[in-house]
Design a protein around this ligand. Sequence first.
Ligand SMILES: [Zn+2]
Length: 90
Amino acid sequence: MDDRRTPLERTAWQVIGPPLYYCAECLLRVRVVVHPGSEPVIARDSRCTHEGEIVAPRRATLIGKGGMSVATKARLKARQAAARVTGRDV
Ligand SMILES: [Zn+2]
């Protein structure tokens, strides 16, 4: 484990939860753009120098809960915003 998160990023993890995808080594956010029929495009943070595993924790947050908590709603909104940004970048 080589945690390279900034104090702000650590706070965000605690308040709204981890990013949609993150590097298993340094815990920095990783953007993954899925194109149907081809390999996903992976864009790592500039501070991340790893090639290893990417963690996608979202299923764990959506399964096993009776209703959506405020935190879950916040994560969904963050995800929608991220999707818009990603769309512009492609
Ligand atoms: Zn990394």
